[in-house]
Design a protein around this ligand. Structure first.
Ligand code: FES
Ligand code: MG
Length: 590
């Protein structure tokens, strides 16, 4: 370790050790002593390390961080630092109404204020459940004090009737079985609960596993940190190593903006494809990039990521779960296989370990779970960025297009990779649930289900509701999935090949607002286009009629934050960031 920082240069010295201002020093000092800290600890030239704590009783996915923080503290103290735990606004994916993603930007804002306004020299970011990872990385990039991310780790594998039951994923299967009358309420609850057998975040390659893995690929976690299941002993050992490393990073003055470079984000895009990562990743990674001063767009995801093969055989794209991923080597194995095939664009990108990303890479221990490139599960696993006369950008995860779906919709030899369907449009999830099973709606097997009013403005935070099941009467006839399009999001644990995150959303003037039941829509994956078969004139006429009625209606905000969020938020293609917020960057040095 090469020290660049002297004890008198520490940020916290301005609070606790300021020879120019003994009065304020005394004032700061006396209150931080009152719970038992000593002057030696606060004035002895030791870095003060924040532990940004995302765990709480409201946040079960991250709750285990309350325990793990003890080991993080041990590491900090052993390396000569002083730990201080910082509460982070709770973000629980499955518990927060109307949607947890509304709170990503709120938690980020809160942590920026805490890191900027208090005597913190470096910070451990306790990440896990979906939005906790981007929220904390956005804050770290903004303040730009030394920061290291630490995952809570996935749950143990879930099992039901001898089969792996993935948390978050099994509910999609269960609700189809429930709707088709194959299981009753008790069976439904038992099946869903079996998927979550321990502390930790979702054991599938949903948004949580994706974002935690990408935090490691971005270089913000120690190598091998992301995939260790929450209850494993290695998780606590990694907690201690992370606590020790952040103290060194303070002395080395190694900061987030040294690591979160364009090269790191390009690695993340490629890594996301190899992981079969969540469709929420472009939203969050684009947002982190914006806060790091790197312009990243959905076109970059298609350009760099679409043709990357699928290596992780994890649900929902594959069959395995978090413990299997760890046994195969986790993120270092993904990196090792990509590097072996020359597919990782920037193996030399820097990391919090102080070494290049490639230094932590290994070959897969279990080629069935983490495949080598020449045994990939799928040749092209990344996202497409679709455009057309309904929106400027929408993401499609082609790795989860099922054989059945491909045979039904994409296999016409005269029109390969394209299909047409009849629109059935829903204004929000409540409208969908209230009407989908009504036989009068007469949804046929050639239907395209469209969800609107579910974007950042329409359903503040953007709801994960685009993947819609077919009506019960079609499920009973064996139609397992219909094409879905929408301006909302989709759970990363869903295996549905939906067209998502359409920007601009209906509530922001997007043309999804103009659709009516019975319209014909064409999806052409070769051209990466989605178009409604209406002329410009017809669209303009419908637009004028809608404006005359006062525009696309959205429900009123229920809380002050919802109103503030709606007043200043960008669209999903731009990471749903608060407009103007990314310009506040590197504020520790200003
Ligand atoms: Fe929290 Fe999946 S719901 S990690
Ligand atoms: Mg989710």
């Amino acid at each position: 370790m090469t020290a660049k920082i002297r004890p008198q240069d520490l940020r916290s010295a301005k609070w606790f050790n300021n020879p120019d201002d003994p009065e304020m020093t005394a004032l700061y000092l006396e209150r931080y002593l009152n719970y038992g800290l000593t002057r030696e600890e606060l004035q002895g030239g030791k870095p003060i390390i924040g532990i940004a704590q995302t765990g709480s009783d409201l946040s079960p996915c991250n709750r285990h961080h309350i325990e793990l923080a003890k080991r993080v503290r041990d590491g900090i103290i052993a390396a000569g630092g002083i730990p201080m735990e910082i509460p982070v606004h709770p973000i629980q994916e499955t518990g927060k109404r109307p949607t947890a993603s509304l709170d990503r930007n709120l938690a980020y804002l809160g942590l920026v204020e805490a890191l900027h306004g208090y005597p913190i020299d470096g910070v451990v970011l306790t990440i896990g459940c979906d939005k906790t990872t981007p929220a904390l990385l956005m804050a770290a990039a903004t303040v730009n004090i030394p920061a290291i991310a630490f995952s809570v780790g996935p749950m143990l594998n879930g099992w039901f009737n001898g089969e792996r039951a993935g948390s978050g994923s099994v509910i999609w299967k269960a609700r189809e079985q429930h709707a088709a009358g194959e299981i009753d309420d008790d069976g439904f609850f038992d099946l869903v609960a079996s998927s979550a057998p321990s502390v930790g975040y979702c054991n599938t390659m949903g948004t949580a596993s994706t974002m935690n893995s990408l935090a490691e690929i971005l270089g913000m976690q120690l190598p091998g940190s992301a995939a260790i299941p929450a209850p494993y002993r290695e998780r606590g050992q990694m907690a201690r190593a992370t606590g020790a490393r952040i103290v060194e990073m303070v002395w080395e003055d190694l900061r987030p903006l040294d690591i979160l470079t364009r090269a790191a984000f390009e690695n993340a895009i490629v890594g996301c494809s190899a992981l079969g990562g969540s469709t929420n990743a472009p939203i969050h990674i684009n947002a982190i990039a914006a806060h790091a001063g790197v312009t990243l767009e959905n076109d970059d995801w298609q350009r760099l990521g679409h043709k990357v093969p699928l290596l992780a055989n994890m649900q929902p794209a594959g069959i395995y779960l978090g413990e299997d991923f760890q046994r195969a080597g986790g993120v270092p194995a993904i990196l090792g296989e990509l590097i072996e095939a020359g597919l990782l664009p920037h193996p030399q990108a820097g990391t919090v370990a102080g070494q290049p990303l490639s230094a932590g890479a290994i070959r897969s221990h279990e080629p069935e779970v983490v495949r080598p490139v020449d045994g990939a599960l799928l040749a092209h696993a990344g996202f497409m960025n679709l455009k057309g006369n309904l929106f400027d950008s929408a993401i499609m995860k082609t790795s989860v297009i099922s054989e059945d779906f491909r045979a039904r919709y994409l296999s016409n030899p005269d029109d390969p990779e394209a299909f047409e369907g009849t629109v059935f449009v829903f204004d929000g999830p409540e409208h969908f649930h209230a009407t989908i099973d009504d036989p009068a709606l007469a949804v046929g097997p050639d239907a395209v289900l469209v969800m609107r009013g579910a974007g950042p403005l329409g359903y503040p935070g953007a709801a994960e509701v685009v993947n819609m099941r077919p009506p019960a009467y079609l499920l009973k006839q064996g139609v397992q999935a219909l094409p879905c399009i929408g301006d909302g999001r989709q759970s990363g644990t869903s295996g549905s090949a939906s067209i998502l995150n359409a920007s601009p959303e209906a509530a922001a003037g997007g043309n999804l607002a103009l659709l009516r039941n019975g319209d014909r829509i064409r999806v052409d994956l070769r051209k990466a286009r989605v178009d409604v078969k209406l002329t410009e004139a017809e669209l303009a006429e419908r637009r004028a009629a809608l404006e005359a009625e006062g525009g696309y209606a959205v429900p009123e905000s229920q809380t002050p934050w919802q109103a503030m969020f709606r007043a200043g938020v960008a669209q999903l293609c731009d990471g749903m960031v608060l407009k103007g917020a990314p310009e506040f960057r590197d504020i520790a040095r200003k």
